[in-house]
Each structure stands twice: as C-alpha cells, then as structure tokens.
Ligand binder design. Structure first.
Ligand code: AGP
Length: 593
C-alpha cells in the first residue's frame, strides 16, 4: 500500500508534496512524512494523515528536490520512527517506499554484520541502508541502484534523494506503481497521476525493474537490462481525478448519491440505438468459453457472486467465483476453454495481480472490470471494461459496487442479446432516486437502533444474499460493528444459535421465488427476540416492513437497493462519531498481499 510523491524543480515543493499526499491517502493514512535537501537531508514525519504535515513542516522549503509518503503500516506499527522517509545510517540517502521487501530479514543481517544499525521495524530502512552501502562502495548512484535491485525481493516503488545529488531524484520500481509527470522546468513522480494533474497532463509510465532519475530538465530511465530507454509520453485526462466534495460533508455520502447517475452513464455507454456496444471479440470469447472464473476481493468479490449467478442463470455458462487471495494459492482452470473475469475498482489490488501472473502463464483470456483506466491490472489483461463511475475516494466502496453489478448485468445481457436487461436497469434508476429522496430519515432512525449494538445480522437469499454480504461488509468496515450476512436457508444450520433478545436483523426481500421462505425465516428470528427491519419490494411487502420500494427485476438488488445498505452504514458510522471516509486500519487500494 502507501502512496509516494516526489518533485525536482517545482516552485512550491511543500504544497505539491502535502496536497499530493492528500490525494494519495486512499493508499493509506496512518502516518506521513516529507524529506528534502537543504544542504543536508531534512526529514519531517509523524503519525496521522498527510494534512498534519502542514503543522510540522517549515513554512517555506528551499529545496530543489522533495519526496513524500503516506503510509499503511505493514512492517512495524504506525509510529514516528516507522514513518517514511527513512534515512540511511551515514545520512547520505533518504527514501520513500511503496511495497513489501520479502527478504528484508536476511538483508538486515547482511548489513548488521557490516556495522549498520537500525532504528525502525520497517523493511524500508533496510533498503536505505543497503543502497547507501552499495553507493559508498561504488560512488555511483546508478551502479548502486543496479546492485540494489539485484538484491531486493518483493515489491517496491522507490523515490530516493542522495545528499551528493542536490538536483536529482532517483527512482526504481518493481510490482508497485510509479508514474513520472513531465513538466516545463520541473519533473514529478507519484504513485498515480492524481497529485500531478494540476501541474501536467503528460506522463511516463515505468515498467518493472526500470530505474533512473528525474532532474529539472531530464527524465532518465534504464530498463531491466540496464539499457537507457526512451519512454513514450502518454496524455491523461485530468478531469477524472477531481476530489471535489461538491458541498457534501463526506465522500461516501456524495458517492452514494451518485449511483443513479452512474447507472445511467453505464447504460448509455454500453447500449445505444438498441444495440449493445461491447467489443465483439470479447462477446465471442465469452460465448466460446465453457467456464468462467470470477476473481475479486471484498466488495468486488461480492459483485462477482452476482456476475457468476447471472452468467449461469441467463447465459447457461458454468462459473466459479473466488476470493482472489484464496484462488491464488490453489488455482484451478475448470473446463476445456476457461475464461477469467477479474473485478477491481482500483485495478491495483495485489491479490488480483498475483492471480493475473498465474493466469498469464496459461493460454487463457481475461477481462478486467475496473474503474481505473491504465491501472496495473488493465495493462496485463486481454480486455478491459470501465465502470465510468468517476473517482471513488471514500475507502468504503459504494457507487463502484453498484456499477460493477450493473455492468455485469449488461454484459450478461449482451452475450445473448437480451435487451430486457437494459429496461430492467432503467427501472432500477427510479428506485435509486426514490430511496435518495424519501428514505434517508427513516434509515437514520434504523441507524439509531443499530449504533447501540455490537452485533448485527443481515439475511437474504440468492441475489438478496449477495447484497447482504456487501451490506454487512460496509457496516463493519466503517462502524466497527460485528455483522454477518447469512443466507436465509442457512440460519437453522447454526447461526440461529446467535439470535438473542433485541439483536438487529436486517432482511432483504425482493425475489418472488424466495419471498415466502424469507418470511418464514423472519418468524424464526422474531420468535427468538430479534428486532427485524425488512426492506422489500411492493409486490412482496407486508405492512410492518421498514422500507418498501417499487418492484424491480429481482436480480438487480445490488443496483436498485444497495444504496439503502450504504446509507445505513454511513449513518451508523456518523452517529458513532467515526471517520466515515477513512476507517481505521484500512486503505482504499490494497496493494500488498
Ligand atoms: C470495499 O468497501 C472495501 N474497501 C474493499 O473490500 C475493496 O472492495 C477491496 O479491497 C477490493 O478493492 P478493488 O475493487 O480496488 O480491487
């Protein structure tokens, strides 16, 4: 995880570094730091989010070179000592790191026997010292970096300053993203384009094992074979990186309220003039495959459950749905002609990157469903479909989930040219708008009850169960309440033992086929004291239900009523006084395994 920034020759390095790190907070925010050269290397760092850096940094930074870091702790707890940048023992080199060094224990031993001391628990301090060790031997930074990359195992994107090079910022990367921004009279680097878009729209992407440096005028890159390479510049649109709250108090609320627009945009992007607009080769590939493996993590995995069920029920294609980190260690490729669908909002999730590496060794085609054009995953797959949901800042994924489900439904529709899916999706837009305009007060009342409890259950069957899983994840993620999603039929096989007096149970009933069984489940938990809140569709509703929405196609719960689950989690977290957008221990983009 972690986000890094760096600049050479920029006018206001302080602002670039801190504002840039704020844009990268989605990658982690338990501590932050900045380093620069002002005769000697100066470091300012502490626990807390990047905004705190304004309190500890000098008002003006007189330095040509600056590096910065926002951290999600892997090795060593969040503390000042473990915050980046890390400086080498003889104080020649300071660096920031995104990634994990797998052999850091051996490397630390190697350095300890050569007199090096360590002041943090991090793997990163080992890199700083090892690089210094090689630099002091070779007296040449580029040579030292070659020796360094030969020794390091694991993942790293590094931004490095060396006291002897006041005009250069060195960089090196493997398996963690690093982008160079090309300026006029300055150059920048960052984990993604967002910190740089106010300064440039021209970027250079680094490949694994690329290394080199930026100065005011130059971007110098060497490749894996240590040959100097001319990297081509890509132009990126700057709009998509806007972090404007647009008057909302939190990104999560803003993003929930964008769901209807996102669904509209998706439909009009992938369906026009009575025709689906997906790549014909992709549809052919999907049709010809005899088994589709869906891979995702967290929310994206929950969307994959919907996608898998749709492809099975509507397209008669057999599927398996896996949590990526589970599949990666025991991969299976059922069928004669399997196809893999990877789902990732960020396109940077390390568990999926691991899976993709395994898949790339086989002759298997892949589709990535993502919100992030040009992401690491999209560079390695056969096809990419974009969610067009706009940047999602809140750690808790909301509009991206609804978009994933909507896009999977459209794709399933396109395989058999089933146009009803489009009408069904259009119907959900009205339901989403209705919830937005009418239910927030009532949901807040439910939140008042939920916030007093340590445990909550969600119940549903089939597509409503998949939504329950997502609803439950959202609640625990931002309100720190333990919650479980249970398929109605499974209750009696064990979980019902946990039902006690007053326990809140939230039930989704939107599928005509399972509605009466769900009503039976409600009786079972009520008779054991549960406090039940039912969300249902008109045709399946009962007077006592808490929220009733217009009928919609049962398989689109994840689109039509996911906002109910998101609002509920949002209000519970808010009422408990938590940081809704930045829950503890989490990061938006999970770039470590
Ligand atoms: C969602 O609210 C979570 N923050 C998390 O489960 C997330 O969906 C997961 O880490 C996968 O991320 P991705 O979609 O970017 O791959």
């Amino acid at each position: 995880m972690c986000g890094i920034v760096g600049a050479v020759g920029i006018q206001n390095p302080r602002e670039y570094a801190v504002e840039g790190l704020k844009m990268l907070e989605y990658r982690g925010y338990d501590s932050a730091g900045v380093g620069f050269l002002d005769g000697r290397i100066k470091l300012y760092k502490d626990v807390g989010s990047p905004s705190h850096l304004y309190d500890i940094l000098p008002a003006k930074i007189n330095s040509n070179v600056i590096i910065g870091h926002t951290r999600w702790a892997t090795h060593g707890k969040p503390s000042k000592e473990n915050s980046h940048p890390h400086i080498s023992m003889y104080k020649k080199i300071a660096l920031v790191h995104n990634g994990v060094i797998e052999n850091f224990v051996e490397l630390r031993e190697f350095l300890t026997t050569r007199g090096y001391c360590f002041y943090s628990q991090t793997d990163t301090e080992v890199i700083a010292n090892l690089l210094e060790y090689f630099y002091l031997e070779s007296k040449d930074m580029l040579k030292a970096m070659v020796l360094l990359k030969e020794k390091l195992e694991g993942s790293y994107a590094l931004a490095i300053v060396n006291e002897d090079y006041p005009d250069r910022l060195f960089m090196l990367k493997k398996a963690s993203p690093l982008l160079v921004g090309k300026g006029k009279g300055f150059n920048l680097i960052a984990s993604d384009a967002s910190p740089m878009v106010n300064y440039t729209n021209e970027f250079v992407e680094l490949d694994d094992f690329d290394y080199g440096y930026i100065s005011k005028e130059e971007i110098v890159v060497f490749n894996k074979e240590n040959k100097k390479v001319d990297k081509k510049t890509i132009i990126k649109s700057t709009e998509s990186f806007s972090h404007d709250l647009k008057g909302y108090p939190h990104y999560m609320l803003k993003e929930i309220e964008e769901i209807d627009e996102v669904v509209k945009r998706l439909v009009s992007t992938y369906y026009q003039d009575d025709k689906y607009l997906f790549d014909k080769e992709l549809i052919k590939d999907l049709k010809e495959s005899d088994h589709i493996i869906f891979l995702g993590c967290g929310t994206s995995y929950h969307a994959s459950l919907v996608g898998g069920r749709l492809f099975e029920n509507f397209n008669n294609i057999s599927t398996t749905k896996y949590i990526a980190s589970e599949w990666a260690f025991h991969p299976t490729f059922p069928g004669e002609k399997p196809f893999v669908v990877l789902i990732s909002q960020s396109g940077e999730t390390a568990d999926l990157i691991h899976c993709l590496k395994i898949i790339q060794e086989k002759d298997v085609h892949t589709l990535l469903i993502t919100n992030t054009a040009g992401s690491t995953l999209s560079r390695g797959v056969t096809y990419t479909l974009l969610l067009h949901a706009g940047v999602e800042v809140s750690v808790a994924s909301t509009k991206a989930y609804a978009a994933q489900v909507a896009l999977l439904a459209l794709l399933s529709g396109a395989i058999d040219d089933n146009k009803k899916v489009v009408d069904d999706l259009k119907d959900t837009i009205k339901v989403i708008e209705y919830i937005k305009n009418n239910f927030k007060e009532r949901i807040q009342k439910i939140a008042d009850v939920i916030k007093e409890h340590q445990n909550v259950f969600y119940l549903g069957r089939s597509f409503d169960y998949f939504l329950s899983l997502e609803a439950s994840l959202k609640l625990k993620e931002i309100s720190y309440i333990h919650s479980e999603a249970i398929p109605g039929g499974e209750l009696k096989h064990g979980p019902i033992a946990l039902i006690s007096q007053g326990l809140p149970v939230i039930v989704f009933i939107t599928d005509p086929l399972t509605a009466s069984s769900m009503r039976g489940n409600i009786e079972e938990v009520k008779s054991r004291g549960a406090n039940v809140f039912v969300i249902s569709t008109k045709e399946l509703s009962k007077e006592s239900d808490s929220l009733v929405v217009d009928n919609y196609a049962y398989y689109l719960s994840g689109v039509a009523i996911s906002s109910v689950a998101f609002y509920l989690a949002y209000y519970v977290s808010l009422k408990k006084g938590y940081n809704v957008d930045k829950p503890r221990n989490l990061a938006k983009s999970v770039t470590v395994e």
